[in-house]
Design a protein around this ligand. Structure first.
Ligand code: SF4
Length: 378
C-alpha cells in the first residue's frame, strides 16, 4: 500500500463531483500547510493515547484538550450500554478496497466492532477549526465505513459513522453520529465504482465548485480560472440596480475564488523557489521588521536607558478561554458570572447555516428606507 490514493476517501467528494480532478492533480504534490501538519500531529497524538493511555512527549495543551474530546467519546462509547458487550477496537485501521476498485484504499482513525450487537462504529477525528463537517451522507465517512466492513469481514447489521470535531462550532455539538445499515453501505460500493470509473475517462470533465478549495490542481486548472474570469465581470455597486439572485450566487463562489487565488500564488511561489519564476516576476526578500535581539528583556532596557523597567512591558488580562484552562472544575461556575458574550456584529452566511437570522429592527430598516428616499429626491 502507498500512503495516498488518488481516489482516496478524504478527497472523494471532490473527485466524485469533478472526475477530471484526478487527471489534473496527477503529479502535483499536495502542498503541506501548517494546518495539515497540526492535524497530522493531533491524529498521531490521538492514536498514541488510544493505544497507550497517554500522550507522546511534546503535545501542547490545546491539542491535548481537543484530542481528549475524541478519546473520551470512544472510551464513553465503550463504557456505555452498548459497550457492556465485548468489543474489538482497531486504531488507525488501514484497509484496501482493491476487490471493489483497484487503487481504492485508506485508513480509518478508529473502528470498534461489537459482535453481540452486530454493530460497527467508525470514528473520524477532525482537528480543523474552520469548516464544520456534516456526518449524514458524508462520502468520506461512508468510504471508511465500507473499508472497515469489507476488510474485517465481520457479521454486521448496523454501521455508525461518527465525526468528532472539537475545535469548530456546530449546532449539533462536537460529536455527530449517523447510522446506516450494512446493506446501504454495500450500495455505496456500487456508487464508488461508478464515480471511480468516471475519473479514468481521459476526457473526464472539470466541474468547478466549492470542492476546488481542496484540489491540488486549483492553481493550474482552466475551469476554475474561467469561472473566476466570468465572475470578475459581475459588478455590484450601490448606485446600480442589480439582480439579487446573481449577488447570492457570486457570494457562494467567493470562498472558492479566494482559495483559487491562494493556490495560484502558492504554485507560482513554489515554481519560483525551484528556479522557474513566472515571466515578469522575481523572488525578493520580504520587508524586514524590527524585533528585539534574543538577550533583551525589561531589565536590560531599564539599565540601558536608566528608566523604571515597568515602562517597557505591559500587563494584560488573559482571555476568558485562557483563564478557563487555568481553573479547577469547581471554579468554572464562577467564571460564567464574570463573562459576557457579545457578538461583534452581523455577518453574511448561507441560508443553510444553522444560526438564527438576525432581524433588523424597524429603526435600522427605516434608516435604509430614509437613505434611499433622500437619494431619490436629491
Ligand atoms: S480545481 Fe476544481 S474544477 Fe479544477 S480540477 Fe480541481 S476540482 Fe476540478
Amino acid at each position: 500500500m502507498t500512503a495516498h490514493s488518488a481516489i482516496g476517501a478524504s478527497s472523494m467528494y471532490r473527485w466524485s463531483v469533478c472526475p477530471g480532478s484526478v487527471r489534473m492533480s496527477a503529479g502535483i504534490p499536495n502542498q503541506s500547510s501548517a494546518y495539515a501538519e497540526e492535524g497530522t500531529a493531533a491524529h498521531e497524538a490521538a492514536a498514541h493515547y488510544l493505544n497507550r493511555g497517554e500522550f507522546p512527549p511534546g503535545v501542547d495543551a490545546e491539542t491535548a484538550e481537543a484530542v481528549m474530546v475524541y478519546v473520551n467519546t470512544i472510551f464513553e462509547d465503550e463504557r456505555s450500554a452498548y459497550g457492556k458487550s465485548s468489543y474489538e477496537r482497531l486504531v488507525e485501521h488501514g484497509f484496501d478496497l482493491a476487490k471493489i476498485y483497484p487503487g481504492a484504499f485508506g485508513t480509518a482513525d478508529c473502528v470498534i466492532y461489537y459482535p453481540a450487537l452486530k454493530l460497527l462504529r467508525v470514528y473520524d477525528y477532525k482537528h480543523g477549526a474552520g469548516i464544520p463537517v456534516e456526518v449524514a451522507g458524508n462520502s468520506q465517512l461512508k468510504y471508511y465505513g465500507l473499508g472497515a466492513l469489507v476488510s474485517l469481514g465481520y457479521l454486521v447489521n448496523t454501521v455508525e459513522l461518527i465525526i468528532v470535531q472539537p475545535r469548530c462550532y456546530h449546532a449539533d455539538g462536537p460529536v455527530r453520529r449517523w447510522q446506516l445499515s450494512a446493506l446501504e453501505l454495500l450500495d455505496f460500493a456500487a456508487d464508488l465504482v461508478d464515480f471511480a470509473k468516471r475519473t479514468e475517462d481521459p476526457n473526464a470533465p472539470l466541474i468547478p465548485g466549492e470542492h476546488c478549495r481542496f484540489c491540488p490542481a486549483a492553481g493550474v486548472c482552466s475551469a476554475v480560472h474561467e469561472k473566476a474570469l466570468t465572475l470578475a465581470k459581475e459588478e455590484f455597486r450601490p448606485e446600480f440596480s442589480y439582480d439579487p439572485i446573481k449577488l447570492g450566487q457570486v457570494l457562494h463562489w467567493l470562498p472558492t475564488l479566494e482559495a483559487w487565488v491562494k493556490s495560484v500564488r502558492e504554485f507560482a511561489y513554489q515554481e519560483a523557489m525551484r528556479g522557474h519564476a513566472p515571466q515578469g516576476w522575481k523572488l525578493v526578500k520580504k520587508r524586514a521588521t524590527r524585533k528585539w535581539a534574543s538577550n533583551v528583556n525589561e531589565d536590560l532596557l531599564a539599565e540601558t536607558f536608566k528608566k523604571d523597567s515597568s515602562k517597557f512591558s505591559e500587563r494584560k488580562l488573559l482571555s476568558p478561554a485562557q483563564v478557563e484552562k487555568l481553573l479547577e472544575k469547581a471554579d468554572l461556575p464562577k467564571l460564567s458570572d464574570l463573562v459576557i458574550s457579545e457578538s461583534s456584529g452581523a455577518t453574511l452566511a448561507p441560508e443553510e447555516d444553522k444560526r438564527e437570522a438576525v432581524r433588523l429592527d424597524a429603526k435600522s430598516e427605516f434608516k435604509v428606507i430614509d437613505a434611499e428616499f433622500e437619494a431619490l429626491i436629491d
